[in-house]
Each structure stands twice: as structure tokens, then as C-alpha cells.
Write a protein that binds this ligand. Structure first.
Ligand SMILES: Cc1ncc(COP(=O)(O)O)c(C=O)c1O
Length: 375
């Protein structure tokens, strides 16, 4: 299979660990190992101490699958398949679902693999644009019009990376119903679920509300443990899960044993784990609200309703790649130009899940003052 480079990941491979201030990360500040282990109960502590480093069960540790299932209403361990990160799950799903002659719809802008992998299978991929001018609203009418008899899958991602867009629960149910009625699968990337500004806005999971719903979850974002590389698919269609399990035999086969136990510990303690993430994101959002109010006229944004990223734009005409490069050189601050999402104009991604965000934002502001003058 030939596949285009993943522009965002190539950019991070180059800069993420050399730029002093990463102001565009999508994950939440990672937990320290000792703090995760301190959350263990007697059973998981014994699992950790006695762990042998052999292969693990291909579908995922049964206790981990049960714990993941308990985060969804009405699902059991048999509805869950563990992957090494969300990225592996996307790759497997798109390869199992799509083939030449098929049609796949994907919301855009998007985390690139959500449409690129399907395109690499030879399927025809059509993007469903979300527009800044329309508050990044997902256009349900356009979805309805774009569905065809050959449409195999519709890929959406709410809370949305990079814009922070989130439909209402009723709108999401309508999306799920529309896709199910068409006979296609709803591939629902829910990796930022749990990071809603207002918890009342949390969407139901696609796997809960639709027999054709495929919910993607991961430990990386709302659970703030990206280094575990533990993700999962939750879906009530056992035949699809079996095909995914067979495909995974050609990828990682099974997940890392230590990572599975740590994920189990964290999921059993998900109350405080998620509360820590929400507290970081809430604090940074308050700072960003004030920042964008002060810089109105120079910067424009649609405040994110959920997640840990936003996709603002610079109002004066600039070359966003050159602007971001200069900011990195002069202030050590990394922002992600919107061009890496294939998105035109002067948009850039900001991430607000990291503890040093206020300091990074302060340095960004110094740069803005030097470039545009005080607001
Ligand atoms: C929307 C979305 N889906 C999937 C992923 C992949 O997650 P992971 O790196 O944990 O595999 C990311 C990571 O940034 C993401 O933003």
C-alpha cells in the first residue's frame, strides 16, 4: 500500500521534542508512572508486581476490555477490541471497511489518517467541509446529500481536533441515524470525549446509539497517558470486531503487557484521572478566553466547546508557515500551521492540555506585540 505522508506527524517528529514550548499539542499533560501506580487497587497492584513480559491476549486483557466496556452504556467486554493506540485502530478499521469501488465520507479538517488511510485503500474519499465562518458546524444536510449506495463509512470526530467543535447530543443522534439508515458504518473518533467545557454537552458514544456505530477511544487524550499506546474500538457488531481482530494480526498482534495493566489501573480510577485533565484544560481555557478577547482584531477564534485544541486564525494577511517558523526560531514556541491540515488561510492549531501553556502563551504574546504592536 502506498500512502501520502502524515503531514502533522512528520512535523511533530521534527519539532515536538526540540522546541522548548509546544503550544499545539493535542494531548493532556502526561501522568508520571509513580502517580499512576499509586492509584492501583490490591488486584491491579498484584498484577503489576507479578507481570511476566510475555505476549498478551490478542483481543486485549479480559479485565481491561471489561473495564473499557463499563465506560459505555450497555456494552460488554466482547464488544471491545484493544489496539496499540488509536492510530492502529484507525488503520485497521479503514482497511477492513474500505476497498476500491467504495465511497467514504470524512469530516474536514481532520486528523489526517481519518481520511488518508481510506484513500490509500483505493476507495473514493469525499470530504465534508466544516467552515470557520459557520462556527465549525458539521453540516448534516450535506452529509445526507453526500451519502450514496456505495458509501461504506462516514468518519467523524467529536469533540473535534483541531476546532473543538461539538454537535448537540440530538444532532449527533441524527447523524448516527442518517448513517445507519444508509447502510454505512459511522466511524466515530471519540478520543477527546470527557473534555467538554460543559459536561452536560457530552455526546453519547456511537456504539451506544447505533448498531452501525464504531467508537474509537484511547488513553492518550482525556486520560492523559499517551505513552501507554493503548486504544480501543467499541462496537456491537461482533462480525466486524472479528474481522478487525484478524487484521490486527498483521500489525502489532497484541498490546504491551505493562501498558495494559497501567491502563486498567487508570480506568478503574477514571473519576480522579479525568478530573485532573478537566482541571488543566479548564484553567488554560480561562486564560485563552482572556487572551483572545484582548487580541480581537488580530486573532479570531471560535471558542472550542470541547477537547484540548482550537483552530484560530490570524486576521492580518500572513504566510502562516513562515509566521510559525519565525515564532519557533525567535521564541521557541511551536504552533501548528493550518496548512498541515490541508486547510487554507492563516489558521493554526493551539493546544491547551499542557501545564506550561500559560508560559508558552506569554512568549507567543511577546512575538505578537513585536510583530503587530500592542492590541
Ligand atoms: C482525532 C484523533 N484521533 C486519533 C489520534 C491518534 O491517537 P494516538 O496517538 O493515541 O494513537 C489523534 C492524535 O492526535 C487524534 O487527534
Amino acid at each position: 500500500m502506498r500512502i501520502d505522508d502524515f503531514a502533522l506527524e512528520r512535523f511533530f517528529a521534527r519539532w515536538e521534542f526540540s522546541a522548548p514550548y509546544v503550544l499545539c499539542a493535542s494531548d493532556v499533560e502526561g501522568w508520571a508512572m509513580k502517580d499512576v501506580l499509586a492509584l492501583a487497587d490490591d488486584e491491579t497492584r498484584a498484577m503489576w508486581d507479578g507481570l511476566a513480559l510475555g505476549y498478551t491476549e490478542a483481543a486485549g486483557h479480559p479485565l481491561l476490555r471489561a473495564e473499557i466496556a463499563s465506560t459505555y452504556q450497555g456494552l460488554t467486554a466482547d464488544d471491545v477490541l484493544v489496539f496499540s493506540g488509536a492510530e492502529e485502530a484507525i488503520f485497521a478499521c479503514m482497511n477492513v471497511l474500505a476497498a476500491p469501488g467504495d465511497h467514504v465520507l470524512a469530516a474536514f479538517p481532520a486528523y489526517q489518517s481519518l481520511y488518508q488511510v481510506a484513500a490509500a485503500t483505493g476507495a473514493e474519499v469525499e470530504l465534508l467541509p466544516m467552515m470557520h465562518q459557520l462556527g465549525w458546524r458539521f453540516d448534516r444536510e450535506l452529509l445526507r446529500k453526500s451519502l450514496r449506495p456505495q458509501t461504506r463509512a462516514v468518519a467523524v470526530n467529536f469533540p473535534h481536533n483541531p476546532t473543538g467543535a461539538l454537535p448537540t447530543p440530538d444532532e449527533f443522534r441524527e447523524i448516527a441515524r442518517t448513517v445507519e439508515e444508509s447502510g454505512a458504518w459511522l466511524f466515530s473518533d471519540e478520543v477527546y470525549r470527557g473534555l467538554e467545557r460543559d459536561e452536560a454537552d457530552r455526546l453519547p458514544a456511537a456504539a451506544e446509539i447505533s448498531a452501525h456505530g464504531i467508537s474509537l477511544g484511547v488513553m492518550s487524550k482525556s486520560f492523559a497517558m499517551a505513552g501507554l499506546r493503548i486504544g480501543w474500538i467499541a462496537c456491537r457488531d461482533r462480525d466486524l470486531l472479528a474481522r478487525l481482530a484478524a487484521y490486527k494480526d498483521y500489525l502489532t498482534i497484541c498490546a504491551s503487557g505493562p501498558a495494559e495493566v497501567l491502563a486498567l489501573i487508570a480506568l478503574r480510577a477514571r473519576g480522579p484521572v479525568l478530573e485532573r485533565s478537566r482541571a488543566i484544560v479548564r484553567g488554560n481555557m480561562a486564560r485563552l478566553d482572556a487572551f483572545f478577547a484582548e487580541w480581537a482584531g488580530t486573532l479570531e477564534w471560535v471558542p472550542p466547546r470541547a477537547g484540548s485544541t482550537a483552530f484560530p486564525r490570524i486576521v492580518p494577511p500572513v504566510d502562516i508557515d513562515a509566521f510559525a517558523g519565525e515564532l519557533r526560531e525567535r521564541k521557541g514556541v511551536l504552533i501548528l500551521p493550518g496548512t498541515l491540515f490541508g486547510y487554507p488561510g492563516t489558521h493554526f492549531r493551539l493546544g491547551f492540555g499542557r501545564l506550561n501553556m500559560p508560559e508558552a502563551l506569554g512568549r507567543f504574546e511577546e512575538f505578537l506585540v513585536e510583530r503587530f504592536g500592542r492590541p
